[in-house]
Write a new protein. Structure first.
Lengths: 358, 360
């Protein structure tokens, strides 16, 4: 049984603070994904958990043991690297069995476990090859194989699929998901691909500049982003953001207005919102519908027919850009003027500090 | 202007012209002498001689490589008992009777004793036509056999230590590399002081460390220590060079391989055994070949420090080649030694390449 608990975890390189007071609870068997833009500290956090980077401050527990000072090999973790880190001079068989060989597992036990792992990952026919004779996806499998033979309590993945092409990435994503169900181990997975995050995770941790922005299930993050950063980061295409100011603030509803939208009334819990506040209104592209007369009017600048839906980029009267995901059979041409309305129940309001309101 | 330059550069002879200086030098000082040496080794060419040069076939090589084995029974009295000399040792017939104008043993004519050993009562003499050459050959081989593994091993050890991420490590890098930059002649002169029999640094140091119990040794003047003194100094001088080559090999090994090994539970020794050493394979081959070739070419140290002495205990092939060719004016003999050396190094390099080949 190994959950993880991070409290006040810090990492500095010289004067640069890379990880700032991260608090996080990870339950046993959970699949947790760290997402965030490049350089936000995802890899660093993962490597701190693995024991490859010293922890500057705070406390890291695996199971119920504090492991700040524990050697990587004694933490009961396995890691899959982005570069695979396979040993070029060893066959697949030896690469997969490396950890078992190091801890002097008897040969017959080792052989059985290697073949089991190979079977799970469907690479029995590759066992005699060297890494140089494998494709990217096959190497990835070997790296995962090396991680699973030791049956660790915690798996760490650092962008394991980012070197693969789109189709293969989807296959491997499903395999990793399957693997998680079969093994029931705790998995921590770093990616900057939000599709991977949404599809794999029980729990997503959004990081920005070393600070945890929000922790929650994929749908929580999508439906109730805690701040502007998460709102902009999760969801594709990006959420549309409109500057508005508060005209009237009642108990259950507020009126807002802005140069792009004119004046609108929204049903929301308005506590703490006062007249004249500057706010940001967030609307997901999929919450728009085309209507004869709506609050948004703009000129079409780009139309992308994806079959099941149509992405329409608009330029509003005040020059702001906007993206709407409309029905697949929408017909409109560049230069045309369209009018849009949106689902009032699904709007997101953020205050001037970028925090979610309502 | 620029047009003209361009046309000159694209002229078909331009490439040849630009490599010409290097090519001419290489042909003049490497390829030419190499071919000449091959040619001379089959003649009786002398450095300066009024007589015309003659083709003599393989006789130079026969002269150098000729060996024979002679087993002699001890002298016995009429009753068949072994005659013992004053010290109680059996006495044997004189070798000279067999190797000087003995019509029964023409094959031993002109040979000398190289070494001998006893089997039962009989004594076996190994004779060589050119015992100095044989001494040079065995010394050179001994030098290579000791220097190649010790120097490469030491260099690897230094490289592993230097590869640590510690502050000030560059100072050590520089220190270890310094002897390489200094001319071998200067280094040899310096080490003559270190090895000096009376007030040498080494003797003083050993005396100091043993509280005066150590009896000073004339390291270079003693046939038992001279070659080892030169071996020690040679290893010290070039170890920094090979350390740098090892270091460059070490730095091509990706860091993630070590991190993966850390997580898989490798001890420092296991990391060396499974990650570092396999990653250094190509470097190891390179270093082994380079050290072997350098060791076979041992000359300057000998020339400066011992001149092949004492009692031929530090003769080497290259030194002998030079001595014969120039001091004894026997260019043919010197050339023959060079050719033998070339074939020796070539075959050893081929064997090394075969043994360290990539197995699939
Ligand atoms: N050894 C180091 N010394 C100084 N700064 C470092 C070091 N390693 C990483 N950093 C900094 O720490 C920050 C976080 O790096 P990290 O590798 O964790 O980013 P990441 O989120 O994994 O990014 P990516 O998605 O590009 O992999 C970066 O700003 C990086 O510049
Ligand atoms: Mg990273």
């Amino acid at each position: 049984m190994a959950g993880l608990s991070l409290s006040n975890l810090k990492k500095t390189y010289g004067k640069v603070e890379v990880i700032k007071d991260v608090d996080l609870e990870i339950g046993h068997g959970e699949f947790v994904v760290f997402v965030g833009p490049s350089g936000c500290g995802k890899s660093t956090l993962l490597r701190m958990i693995a024991g490859l980077e010293d922890i500057t401050g705070g406390e890291l527990r695996i199971g119920d043991k504090i492991v700040n000072q524990v050697q990587p090999r004694d933490r009961g973790v396995a890691m899959v690297f982005q570069s695979y880190a396979l040993y070029p001079h060893m066959t697949v068989y030896d690469n997969v069995g490396f950890g078992l060989r190091l801890n002097k597992t008897p040969k017959d036990v080792r052989d059985r476990k290697i073949r089991e792992a190979a079977q799970i990952l469907q690479m029995e026919h590759l066992l005699d090859r060297k890494p140089a004779q494998l494709s990217g996806g096959q190497r990835q499998r070997v790296a995962i194989g090396r991680a699973i033979v030791r049956q660790p309590e915690v798996f760490l993945f650092d962008e394991p699929l980012s070197n693969l092409d789109a189709a293969l990435r989807m296959d491997m994503r499903m395999e990793i998901s399957k693997l998680h169900q079969e093994l029931g181990a705790t998995m921590i997975y770093v990616t900057h691909d939000q599709v991977e995050a949404m599809t794999l995770a029980d729990k997503i941790v959004v990081l920005n500049a070393g600070v945890v922005q929000q922790v929650g299930s994929p749908l929580e993050l999508y439906n109730r982003p805690a701040n502007l950063f998460v709102a902009g980061f999760i969801g594709s295409p990006k959420m549309n953001m409109v500057e508005v100011s508060v005209e009237t603030a009642g108990a259950n509803a507020i009126d807002i207005s802005g140069p792009a939208i004119g004046r609108l009334s929204l049903a929301t819990e308005a506590s703490g919102i006062v007249l004249g506040d500057k706010m940001t209104l967030g609307i997901r592209p999929h919450d728009f519908q085309q209507v004869p007369e709506g609050p948004f009017k703009g000129t079409v600048t780009l139309v992308e027919h994806l079959g099941n839906e149509t992405m329409v980029s608009l330029k509003l009267a005040n020059g702001e850009a906007m993206i709407a995901a409309l029905d697949g059979d929408t017909t409109c041409a560049i230069g045309e003027t369209v009018s849009l309305d949106f689902n009032r129940d699904k709007v997101h309001l953020f205050d001037s500090g970028g925090q979610r309101r309502g | 202007m620029s047009n003209k330059q361009k046309s000159l550069q694209s002229h078909p002879l331009a490439g040849w012209l630009m490599t010409a200086p290097a090519l001419i030098l290489i042909v003049l000082f490497l390829v030419g002498p190499f071919i000449l040496a091959f040619g001379f080794s089959f003649t009786n060419q002398r450095l300066i001689s009024p007589n015309p040069t003659q083709f003599v076939g393989l006789s130079n090589f026969e002269q150098l490589l000729g060996v024979g084995v002679l087993t002699l029974d001890p002298e016995r009295d009429d009753a068949g008992q072994v005659v013992l000399d004053a010290e109680g040792q059996p006495s044997y017939p004189r070798l000279r009777d067999y190797t000087r104008n003995n019509p029964d043993y023409p094959q031993y004519d002109g040979m000398r004793e190289w070494f001998s050993f006893s089997t039962g009562d009989a004594r076996t003499y190994v004779l060589a036509r050119d015992t100095v050459f044989m001494k040079a050959l065995t010394n050179t081989l001994l030098f290579v056999i000791i220097v190649a593994p010790v120097q490469s091993g030491l260099a690897l050890l230094l490289a592993l230590m230097i590869n640590q991420k510690l502050r000030g490590i560059n100072v050590f890098r520089t220190i270890y590399f310094m002897p390489v930059v200094v001319s071998i002649v200067v280094v040899s002169l310096l080490w003559r002081f270190i090895y000096d029999g009376r007030n040498g640094l080494l003797n003083n140091l050993l005396e100091f460390l043993t509280f005066g119990h150590f009896q000073p040794i004339d390291w270079l003047g003693n046939p038992d220590t001279a070659l080892f003194a030169i071996i020690g100094m040679s290893i010290w001088q070039a170890v920094g060079f090979h350390m740098v080559i090892w270091l460059s090999g070490l730095q091509t090994i990706p860091l993630t391989l070590y991190e993966a090994a850390d997580i898989e539970g490798a001890t420092p020794w296991q990391k060396f055994r499974f990650v570092t050493w396999p990653g250094l394979r190509n470097t190891a081959v390179l270093i082994l070949v380079v050290i072997t070739m350098q060791a076979f070419a041992l000359f300057s140290q000998i020339d400066v420090m011992t001149n092949g002495g004492p009692l031929d205990s530090t003769q080497t092939l290259v030194f002998q080649a030079v001595v014969r060719g120039y001091e004894q004016q026997n260019i043919a003999g010197g050339s023959a030694i060079s050719v033998i050396l070339f074939l020796l190094v070539l075959s050893i390099s081929l064997i090394q390449r075969y043994l360290t080949r990539e197995r699939t």
